[in-house]
Ligand binder design. Structure first.
Ligand SMILES: [Zn+2]
Length: 456
């Protein structure tokens, strides 16, 4: 197997993020991508894990879809605009699961209605996965979560013993990108401070903090004064299977009074303000500085179809950006209370939530001075760390140490002690002991502890 599992992890995570953000179940293609002929639904498959069931439809092109549930009996309706079914759609074996059948019918002339018959009520999420090669199918992925407790679930005792830990939990990976570098100095302050040097210092400090954090790992996109094209930065994050991408910069403005930090995420429709657009162009120009022009045709990520799959990523990015803004208030002035959106190429990973942080204005003499101090660099790194911690507390991808922790479970690793675990979760050893019915402090590797809610 190649990396579909990792991709699945990320997609699971995005779906999870969407579930929590209460996004609507409708996905719309940009108008220019609507195909002339009907989309053809070729195959369906499904898999279940606990109370989660994933249904995947292979479709030969992009499609506009809308989902809703009905009850009495329970069913999920999937309406596809301008679509048809190629042959028989067979769910195969559905014994013991929530799926009880699949029907379809043409409607409104060219549209298609798929009906999944269900054995219980569900909540659901959907997304369209865009193929990475031209010959592959689009996939309409629908995740169902049973809402009512079934007899089987009700019968299961809510004891620690029934929790089976995943085989190997992984750390979340945070890609930390110090902007500019090498022949591209970035913005330069009135006293000659170069953006590329400041942001590398902040990035290194943040990486150190991330490394110290249980369940997190940092990847520095650059750890030296070297030039990296924007696409190479995304590439490196992808190679390390990053869960998040944080690009660090220091802002510039012709008005020396401009001050404060700001946080950007990718805008699918380009810059939302003239200022943002100007910035976007300035940052993108770095690729030209390195002698690598941004050729749209060559840019995988520029395709409109990929923009579609970016919708979920942008939502997650937006949540992260909001969290970071909340923390940046502790360091100093935040220029804009709301998340800014721009077309920064470095944020264009289709499936890695990405943010760009402008730490301060290097063109403002007072902020330039602050940017040079280790105190400011460290408090900036600490604020970003706080934001990451908050974000992962809710949105850690499934299969990670942090996701287990979020769900109140800790799988004991070799060499861990009860007191170390207690302090990691900021609970007392006593609380941990009584919550798990332990009569001694002896624990073993692989044992699952339930973590009580924080006491503070
Ligand atoms: Zn910059």
């Amino acid at each position: 197997m190649d990396d579909p599992i990792q991709r699945e992890h990320r997609r699971r995570f995005l779906l999870h993020a969407l579930r929590l953000s209460g996004a609507t179940a409708a996905a719309w293609l940009a108008p220019q991508t609507v195909l002339a002929g009907p989309a053809v639904v070729g195959a369906v498959r499904h898999a279940s894990n606990g109370n989660l069931t994933r249904v995947v439809f292979d479709i030969d092109g992009p499609v506009q879809h809308n989902l809703f549930t009905l009850n009495g009996p329970d069913r999920l309706v999937v309406d596809l605009a301008n679509a048809r079914v190629a042959g028989a759609l067979d769910l195969g074996d559905t014994r013991g699961g929530v799926l009880n059948g699949l029907r379809h019918a043409a409607r409104n002339g060219g549209d298609l209605r798929l009906v999944l018959d269900l054995r219980s009520g569900v909540s659901f999420r959907s997304s369209v996965l865009v193929p990475e090669s031209a010959n592959a199918a689009y996939r309409l992925v629908i995740d169902l979560e049973t809402t009512g407790s079934t007899a089987a679930q009700a019968a299961a005792p809510a004891a620690t013993a029934v929790v089976t830990p995943p085989e190997k939990l992984r750390e979340v990976v945070v890609a930390i990108d110090a902007g500019h570098g090498g022949k591209d100095p970035g913005a330069v302050g009135p006293n000659g401070t170069r953006e590329k040097d400041i942001v590398l210092a902040v990035a290194r400090r943040l990486a150190t903090l991330v490394q110290r954090e249980h369940g997190m790992r940092a990847v520095l996109i650059r750890d030296a004064d070297v030039f990296l094209p924007l696409r190479a930065r995304i590439q490196k994050a992808r190679e390390h299977q990053a869960d998040l991408f944080v690009s660090i910069h220091a802002d510039a403005h012709k008005d020396k009074r401009a001050s404060g930090s700001s946080v950007y995420i990718l805008s699918p429709r380009g810059a939302t303000s003239e200022h943002a657009r100007w910035l976007a162009e300035r940052e993108n120009a770095a690729d030209l500085v390195g002698g690598v022009s941004l050729d749209d045709k060559d840019d995988l990520l520029a395709s409109v179809l990929l923009d579609l799959s970016q919708t979920a990523t942008i939502e997650a990015s937006s949540i992260l950006a909001d969290t970071l803004i909340g923390e940046l208030h502790r360091v100093g002035k935040v220029r804009s209370k709301k998340v800014e959106q721009a077309g920064f190429a470095v944020l264009r990973s289709p499936d890695i939530p990405s943010v760009l942080v402008e730490t301060a204005y290097i063109t403002n003499p007072a902020e330039e001075r602050r940017l040079r101090t280790t105190a400011f660099q460290q408090s900036m790194a600490a604020a970003l760390m706080g934001g990451l911690r908050d974000y992962f507390r809710t949105y850690a991808p499934p299969g990670t140490i942090l996701a287990e922790a979020r769900d109140g479970r800790h799988v004991i690793r070799n060499g861990e002690t009860l007191s170390a675990i207690a302090s990691q979760y900021r609970v007392s050893v006593n609380a941990l002991r009584s919550h798990n019915g332990l009569d001694s402090d002896t624990i073993r590797t692989g044992q699952v502890l339930m973590i009580p809610r924080q006491e503070s």
